[in-house]
Design a protein around this ligand. Structure first.
Ligand SMILES: C[S@@+](CC[C@H](N)C(=O)[O-])C[C@H]1O[C@@H](n2cnc3c(N)ncnc32)[C@H](O)[C@@H]1O
Length: 138
């Protein structure tokens, strides 16, 4: 995220929220291995070319303890009959070209082999968005 986005987030968080904000590259978070129980990647992967996306996911798993959960929320291929499918496809092709990778392939494709298992996949708004719950294997 940009520093301005972190500032906005800080403003919105309740004062007592048990949250620390850090500005970092998603490929090199700077935390020790296995230091978190949960990692959330929220609408980031669609911004990144494949090699960066792979590095982001590998880094998320690195900082997650074995048995910990990675949650990914991002675009997904809408149902064939979705009324926005054609329009959104054209907009993304022009403005967010990497997002179409998320229409074509499963996020699991870009995770390091054997490092995680998919616990649950949910799709929202006719498939427009997805939420994945992924467990880091030991
Ligand atoms: C679509 S925005 C979503 C931001 C935030 N997750 C939210 O929901 O408000 C994607 C953000 O990812 C940031 N971003 C892109 N590549 C990044 C990277 N390698 N490391 C950290 N942030 C990155 C962009 O600067 C942008 O702020």
């Amino acid at each position: 995220m940009l520093p301005i986005q972190l500032k906005n987030l800080e403003r919105k968080l309740p004062a007592e929220a048990p949250v620390e904000l850090h500005h970092a590259d998603s490929r090199a978070l700077g935390f020790a291995d296995a230091s978190f129980d949960r990692v959330l990647i929220f609408f980031l992967l669609h911004e990144q070319p494949e090699e960066v996306r792979r590095a982001t996911l590998a880094e998320a798993l690195r900082v997650l303890r074995p048995g910990g959960r990675l949650v990914v929320v991002d675009y997904h291929r809408p149902n064939y009959t979705h009324p926005l499918r054609l329009l959104l496809g054209a907009v993304l092709r022009r403005l967010e070209p990497y997002a179409l990778d998320l229409w074509r392939d499963e996020v699991f494709t870009w995770l390091p082999a054997g490092a995680a298992r998919l616990v649950e996949k949910r799709r929202y708004f006719g498939g427009l968005y997805q939420q994945l719950r992924i467990e880091r294997l030991g």
